[in-house]
Design a protein around this ligand. Structure first.
Ligand code: PBG
Ligand code: ZN
Length: 321
């Protein structure tokens, strides 16, 4: 094996590469912020006010990042998450201003209610036999409404993340009925009930007032169920499937490539925080660990990588060329 590991020949046989063209940067836009607010558990990440957001997007585009994934934090939350589909809501406004200022940036919007409900769950709550829980079908109507409002504002791709049954079909039908047949759907198809979302819930102010998300997100113990969940989203019309988190779940990235759809992997807030914390202590080499993590996500079979390291990685990719 070592014949091909020599300095001269090794690059010739390298199987996988990270390209800036595959990277998606998640960004938070906060209706209540006047200045970029640092997120304590995610050093280097901010909640941007609408204006600052456009600047940040411009910066990422200049670095060669082709796409962003947008999350909104509204000034007002309520049980029906009505700010989520407000035509002049924070995400809808942000999408319009980014499209105007940086037209060649692909805009993906997270379609969910957890930042907009006062209870912090991903849809409408109803009391069932086991107490309060997400009401699947009423929440589907909400997701459809949110997705159409994002498409109307100019989103290129909507990304439903609520893990409701039928969410992709509901969003596809609503988009088509409203005339947005070209708006693509990136489904959070393979989303686990992971403890790695902790820092995000601080960042997006989407922690829940009761219960947890285990009645709608996938049990991390279940691989076959995750494959079936992904298959259903493919059949419902998803254009891109997503595995989330990424690093602990690469077996699923490999498993769901069979549907022929592009696969996205989301390196989530907890994965970012772990690397940042260890690097901050000087215990690991940040650049090397980040690039290794991204390369391994690629090797598992991801076409797109959603990562808070997108901007930094773009710089490191440039250095190596
Ligand atoms: C909303 C949503 C979450 C994340 C993305 N979309 C949080 C959750 O499901 O609680 C997590 C992203 C991250 O941790 O970086 N449903
Ligand atoms: Zn949610």
């Amino acid at each position: 094996m070592r014949r091909l590991r020599g300095r001269l020949l090794q690059p010739l046989v390298q199987e996988n590469f990270i390209s800036k063209a595959d990277l998606v940067a998640p960004l938070f836009v906060d209706e209540t912020a006047d200045n970029p607010l640092p997120i304590a558990s995610m050093p280097g990440q901010f909640r941007y006010p609408a204006g600052g957001l456009v600047q940040a997007v411009q910066g990422l585009r200049v670095k060669g990042i082709p796409a962003i994934l947008l999350f909104g934090i509204p000034a007002h939350k309520n049980p029906g998450a009505t700010e989520a589909f407000n035509p002049s809501g924070i995400v809808q406004q942000a999408v319009r201003s980014i499209k105007a200022a940086v037209p060649d940036m692909v805009i993906i919007t997270d379609v969910c209610a957890c930042e907009y409900t006062d209870h912090g769950h991903c849809g409408i709550i109803a009391t069932g036999p086991h107490g309060p829980d997400l009401d699947n079908d009423r929440s589907l109507e909400l997701m459809a409404e949110i997705a159409v409002s994002h498409a109307r504002a100019g989103a290129d791709i909507v990304a439903p993340s609520c893990m409701l049954d039928g969410m992709v079909a509901a969003v596809r039908t609503a988009l088509d009925d409203a005339g947005y047949t070209d708006t693509a759907i990136m489904s959070y198809s393979t989303k686990f009930d992971s403890a790695l979302y902790g820092p995000f819930r601080e960042a997006a102010d989407s922690g829940f007032a009761f219960g947890d998300r285990s009645t709608y997100q996938i049990n991390p113990a279940n691989g076959r169920e995750a494959v079936r969940e992904s298959e259903l989203d493919a059949l419902e019309g998803a254009d891109i499937l997503m595995v989330k988190p990424a690093g602990f779940y690469l077996d699923l990235v490999a498993a769901i490539r069979g549907y022929g759809l592009p696969i996205a992997a989301y390196q989530v807030s907890g994965e970012y925080a772990m690397i940042k914390a260890a690097a901050g202590q000087g215990w690991i080499n940040e650049k090397k660990v980040v690039m290794e993590s991204l390369l391994c996500i690629k090797r598992a079979g991801a076409d797109l990588i959603i990562t808070y390291f997108a901007g930094d990685a773009a710089g490191w990719i440039d250095e190596e060329q």
